[in-house]
Design a protein around this ligand. Structure first.
Ligand code: ACO
Length: 428
């Protein structure tokens, strides 16, 4: 017999169905709650609220499990390419060789951005944060492809928009960096893979080629896979909610990029390095900074620690920690920030405050260190995260549109002033 949840209100009992996902997660379906009872639920930060049924990513925060379409993150990070994972997330299955070749070929053909868009870059100040530039540029793509404004077109038209965006984001990202440096833009090259092309556009100069190091390409491929999706997080929920108004893909993803920017979300990877530098400049006393993080009067938090859903360990952090050690060894990098990071990790993991609150290093604690080792400037870290997360955002947007989900519109409990008369300005 299927499970039923009962709520008693004013002496009356109301029954609600319990639904179960394929991984045995359970939810009380309260979609008829207001109609039946007149009540709503209150759940700030959506800590207990499922916003959708999704077949893309499964994670278990207690057990530290992360699967994309049923495949473990460990296997994908070890064996797959980023575009293969992108295909899996967006289309639901791992591609055959022919499907992957066609996908890569389509993406390779769309990496150029319209020459008129180049002028937009020049209008931004050199100090512009690349995340601000990226979000604006992605939304601007909609103005160059007006046919994309209707998200409910044919499958072919939708695929073209998706491929264009996957192809152009690395170009826009690299150019936002080149623009900040006031260096000439480097055009994409069709003979390079997705990751190689991005590195070429970032680091090559017209005066000299950039020799792409396979160690760097492999590290970047792994990092992008680890970030590719994470179910209903802040930026993904933003993409879905913007898309639920039937706004186009470019504007929905642009909103996701803006949501990712915040230091409590994707912006944490930049904050981690800035924090480590601050600790280094302050003399490297890790205990002092751990004490600051524990002090409730002090707003300082250990960036890269804690996670809304992982309360045991972040499986991505386990993979990335190992990758971090390998890369620093292979590239022969001896970074004082890394020594501070390791001490910080050790002190915090042994400290009762962090233990009792299940605060462990998250994926961003290590990704910043790797990006630094790869030569990526600090302000670009969250941009890198955006490139990685793009397939997940697209897959979630596509799923939401295909399921014809209703417009997202939460309710509230009003706690403001009760009705009162307007007071003339001379009497206030
Ligand atoms: N340093 C010190 N204390 C912390 C930290 C931290 N990094 N994170 C949480 N806490 C404490 C809180 O003060 C709170 O303590 P209390 O119970 O005594 O009040 C307790 O741990 C629970 O924290 P919440 O903020 O309620 O947890 P929530 O799930 O809302 O927040 C978050 C999760 C935002 C990730 C938080 O841990 C944080 O701010 N971490 C630092 C920023 C960061 O690394 N963000 C990246 C997340 S990963 C990602 O988005 C890709």
């Amino acid at each position: 017999m299927s499970e039923i949840a009962k709520i008693e209100l004013g002496g009356q009992v109301f029954e609600f169905p319990v639904i179960e996902g394929t991984e045995k997660e359970k939810a009380i379906d309260i979609s008829k709650l207001r109609d039946m009872t007149g009540y709503i639920t209150l759940d700030t930060g959506y800590k207990n609220t499922g916003a959708t049924k999704s077949g893309i990513t499964f994670l278990d925060g207690e057990l530290g499990i992360l699967h994309y379409r049923g495949y473990s993150i460990e296997q994908l990070a070890d064996k797959a390419s980023f575009l293969e994972v992108a295909y899996l997330l967006i289309y639901g299955e791992l591609p055959t060789q022919a499907e992957l070749d066609a996908f890569i070929s389509s993406i390779t053909k769309h990496t150029l951005i319209h020459e008129d868009m180049k002028q937009f870059f020049e209008a931004y100040p050199a100090k512009a944060h690349p995340m601000g530039v990226l979000a604006s540029m992605v939304c601007s793509l909609s103005t160059f492809y007006p046919e994309s404004l209707d998200p409910n077109r044919s499958k072919e038209a939708k695929d073209l928009t998706i491929h264009r965006l996957l192809a152009k984001l690395p170009t826009l990202a690299a150019w936002s960096y080149k623009n900040a440096m006031r260096h000439p833009f480097m055009y994409p090259r069709n003979e390079f893979s997705y990751c190689e092309n991005f590195l070429h556009m970032m680091f090559a100069m017209p005066t000299e080629d950039y020799k792409v190091d396979p160690v760097v390409v492999s590290a970047l491929n792994k990092l992008l896979i680890l970030h590719a999706d994470h179910e209903q997080n802040c930026s993904t929920s933003t993409v879905r909610i913007v898309g639920s108004s039937q706004s186009n893909l470019y504007s929905s993803i642009s909103a996701g990029i803006s949501a990712l920017w915040g230091p409590l979300h994707g912006g944490a990877n930049q904050e981690v390095i800035e924090m480590l530098e601050q600790i280094h400049q302050d003399g490297g006393d890790v205990d002092k900074w751990v004490a600051k993080a524990k002090d409730k009067e002090d707003p300082f938090r250990l960036m890269g620690f804690g996670h809304r859903v992982y309360k045991n360990f972040d499986p991505r952090a386990t993979i990335i920690k190992k990758a971090c050690d390998d890369i620093l060894e292979k590239l022969n990098i001896n970074d004082p920030m890394l020594a501070i990071a390791k001490r910080l990790e050790q002190v915090a993991l042994e400290d009762e405050y962090f233990k009792s609150r299940n605060l462990y290093p998250n994926v961003d604690f290590y990704s910043g260190i790797i990006y630094k080792a790869l030569g990526i400037p600090t302000e670009m870290f969250t941009v890198m995260f955006s490139i990685g997360r793009l397939p997940g955002w697209i897959a979630q947007w596509k799923e939401m549109t295909e399921n014809k989900e209703p417009i997202g519109r939460p309710r509230q409990i009003y706690v403001g002033a009760t009705p009162r008369d307007y007071v003339d300005i001379s009497k206030r």
